[in-house]
Design a binder for this molecule. Structure first.
Ligand code: AMP
Ligand code: MN
Ligand code: MN
Ligand code: MN
Length: 279
């Protein structure tokens, strides 16, 4: 049987993507995606438009979200919620709390960038943000490229915005417990996003996955736009070890700015249970 072309992680202008929800859904459909989840950072605001467009073009759609949490010693980890109820009050209030911290963080980032010669970054990032409640490092990165300080968004992270660089500021996001409570409470399935991107030792990673599972977490992104082949093998093994459902995710943000386009990932390795068997 032909594997399903599922893409269960992407972003619109409601968070730090470059395309409005409707355009994103049309692009996914044109790319051959058969099951799509929109997972904006800490936001549900794009889901209604995305679902309406998906209905129009005949694409199966899943309501999703990507929640920012703090873990251990100032690590940020992302937890994707799939098939959450967008009308769930506790989820909405929780996400609203996370968003409300972003503006002050943006101010602190801009102050740090100012010291290294990048001026006007707060206003500049806001200008790039489709949603003023969701200013992200991606919007700062686009402003910094626009000002000619770097050739592309990737280099901005390497020089200025990644942890340990001048424009990086510590920030307290939600906790893993919060994220799991909100997602599970809203009827959703919690999935660890892009596990290959965290700077954690093997033991620390193991601890994260164990606690996540104990709190009701069920899935892991085995395929993510940012995963290399050896990471796909490693997280396939971990999915089997922990009994996690396996997800397939582009983490697409926009044309020219992402590792991979919507739905263009390889098929899941054999022997894993796809998360969409539960959707
Ligand atoms: P924030 O939630 O404001 O900390 O922004 C995080 C976002 O920045 C992620 O969701 C990615 O879209 C983007 N990002 C993080 N690291 C990188 C990187 N190394 N290269 C490109 N984009 C990145
Ligand atoms: Mn992002
Ligand atoms: Mn992420
Ligand atoms: Mn993402």
């Amino acid at each position: 049987m032909k594997p399903l072309n599922a893409d269960l992680h992407c972003h619109s202008t409601v968070s730090d993507g470059l395309l409005p929800p409707a355009d994103l859904v049309r692009r996914a459909h044109a790319n051959g995606v058969e099951l799509l989840a929109l997972t904006d950072h800490d936001e549900l605001g794009g889901l209604a438009e995305a679902r309406a467009t998906a209905d129009e073009v005949g694409l199966r759609f899943v309501d999703g979200v990507e929640i920012s949490i703090s873990w251990g010693d100032d690590q940020t980890v992302h937890i994707v919620g799939l098939a959450v109820d967008p009308a769930d009050a506790a989820l909405s209030v929780g996400l609203q709390q996370i968003r409300s911290g972003r503006d002050a963080r943006a101010g602190r980032m801009a102050a740090e960038l100012d010291k290294v010669g990048i001026h006007g970054a707060y206003e500049g990032a806001l200008r790039h943000a489709g949603n003023p409640a969701l200013v992200s490092r991606s919007h700062f990165a686009r402003y910094i490229v626009e000002q000619g300080h770097a050739k592309d968004v990737k280099s901005v992270f390497d020089y200025w915005l990644a942890k340990g660089k001048p424009g990086y500021v510590e920030h307290a996001w939600a906790t893993l417990e919060d994220a799991l409570r909100w997602i599970v409470g809203a009827g959703g399935i919690a999935v660890i996003a892009h596990p290959g991107r965290y700077r954690l030792s093997r033991a620390e990673r193991h601890e994260l996955f164990g606690v996540f599972k104990d709190l009701g977490g069920r899935g892991i992104e085995v395929l993510s736009g940012s995963h290399k082949d050896d990471e796909v093998r490693e997280f396939s093994r971990i999915a089997r070890e922990f009994g996690f459902l396996a997800s397939r995710a582009s983490d697409f943000h926009g044309p020219g700015e992402s590792w991979i386009d919507l739905g263009k990932m390889p098929d899941l390795p054999e022997g894993l249970t796809p998360v969409w068997t539960q959707l």
